[in-house]
Design a protein around this ligand. Structure first.
Ligand code: SF4
Ligand code: SF4
Length: 438
């Protein structure tokens, strides 16, 4: 449906493709969110960008949402046909305008969904901001980092370009460490074991920068006498498709994980601590990959908690004798409801746990969400907005912030460094492993 008054204006090839693809991406959830905003402003103060940039209206969720909403109204909503200027309907014509849209969709929002849960009309801006990113990615307009990481995940199979030999060598190295730590030369990190109870998948960051977390998980599985394995392929449970808005990438990445679990006849897929990985692989992936999942899929947080509750492992919280707060990852807490289990687990393994406020579904983003850590051009903006997180962290007065997300670990480390906080970041797997009584 194209309208008359600006039809004579020339439109770039990319702008036309974005408009056409928008029509294909509209579903009930998307249209509901695009149509329902009454511009009441109740979501405005829920956004950390707004709080960190008082007086700049371009960060307000409704303002950002209107950038794509106006195109929807102009081309796909009847109100835009009847009263285009009244409803703010406006088309897009040039690549420069698409670049401006990119600046908003990628550079002024981490898709954290805090505004979503604070909207009385049920407008899910983060969801259609992701869609907007996908429209731009489709015509090749995206931050360089997003292009680079997406390519790595498409072509090499994981988002950090880890080669198979590097992955297997790291696991072998961690297996040797495990044998030393538990004083048993027969302790194993099994690879591609058939019919295991658990197929354990990780974030490639663990191979590249944090192999200790693989060792810690292996130690916990060892202590629980678990029948587990790690896959030689399809081991990356992260998914850049969630950040880039590319459902095809999302489906391909999640599909590789599912196929490997099926090939190994694994009973349960367990994902290490990663918010967007958990959301992508457990919740969104089956839709993107158009696949029914016949096995259970759970976060390692739940696996570890159950081990303690079922008496499969024993822990001594006095081994973690510092002070700890907990940062809820946006994807875990707001999008997947994983709020109580990490706290229950934390209380088993530390003695001094202090809540951060606000918390759970109302927690603020680490500011590195939505793939922001890969978009270096927006770093100054990200760190400016991080003042909100820095104040939250500082107010807890703790020495450690615990999180169940590798992406948040990097985001929080950046905040701590930039704002000079006396604090360290750790994850539940590290604390559980340290508290183990073997
Ligand atoms: S998104 Fe919701 S809360 Fe925000 S301005 Fe629109 S209706 Fe109000
Ligand atoms: S999703 Fe988060 S970052 Fe984006 S506008 Fe909403 S509150 Fe702000």
């Amino acid at each position: 449906m194209f309208l008359m008054n600006d039809e004579n204006k020339k439109r770039s090839y990319k702008a036309q493709k974005v408009i056409d693809r928008l029509g294909k991406k509209l579903n009930r959830q998307m249209v509901g969110s695009l149509a329902a905003c009454v511009h009441c402003g109740m979501c405005t103060d829920s956004c950390h960008y707004v709080l960190a940039n008082p007086g700049d209206p371009t960060y307000a969720p409704a303002y950002k949402a209107d950038k794509i909403r106006k195109i929807f109204k102009r081309h796909y909503d009847w109100t835009g046909s009847v009263l285009p200027s009244w409803v703010g309907a406006k088309s897009v014509f040039t690549d420069e305008e698409l670049e401006e849209l990119k600046d908003t969709a990628f550079g002024k929002c981490t898709n954290c969904r805090r505004c979503t849960i604070n909207c009385p009309m049920g407008v899910d801006f983060a969801t259609f901001n992701r869609m907007t990113r996908g429209l731009l990615v489709h015509v090749g307009i995206m931050p360089e980092g997003v292009e680079y990481v997406s390519k790595e995940q498409w072509e090499i199979g994981n988002q950090m370009g880890v080669l198979k030999e590097q992955y297997l060598e790291t696991l072998e190295w961690q297996e040797e460490e495990l044998q030393g730590e538990v004083n048993n030369p027969k302790a194993k990190i099994p690879i591609d074991k058939m019919n295991a109870n658990i197929v354990y998948t990780i974030n490639p960051r663990e191979i590249k920068h944090d192999p200790r977390s693989i060792l810690d998980a292996a130690k916990i599985f060892y202590a629980a006498k678990e029948n587990w394995t790690m896959p030689s392929e399809g081991w990356d449970m992260t998914n850049f498709g969630l950040f880039s808005g590319d459902d095809d990438l999302g489906g391909a990445v999640a599909g590789r994980v599912y196929e490997k679990v099926e090939e190994l006849k694994g009973k349960k897929l367990v994902m290490s601590e990663c918010g967007h990985g958990y959301r992508s692989t457990r919740c969104e992936g089956p839709n993107w990959a158009k696949k029914d999942i016949k096995f259970e899929a759970e976060s390692s947080v739940i696996t570890m908690l159950n081990y303690i509750k079922e008496g499969k492992i024993h822990v001594d919280k006095s081994k973690n004798d510092s002070s700890y707060t907990f940062h809820d990852s946006c994807n875990n807490a707001r999008s997947c409801g994983l709020t109580e289990e990490p706290r229950e687990l934390l209380n088993y393994v530390v003695g001094d746990f202090r809540e951060m406020y606000p918390n759970r579904a109302e927690n603020f983003c680490c500011t590195g969400g939505g793939g922001a850590m890969s978009m270096s051009e927006y770093r100054p903006r990200r760190l400016q907005s991080a003042i909100v997180k820095a104040k939250q962290l500082e107010a807890t007065g703790t020495k450690y912030v615990v999180t169940s997300c590798h992406n948040c670990v990097d985001g929080l480390n950046d905040v701590i460094k930039h704002y000079n906080l006396d604090m360290k970041v750790t994850q539940l797997v590290n604390l559980v492993s340290n508290a183990l009584v073997i």
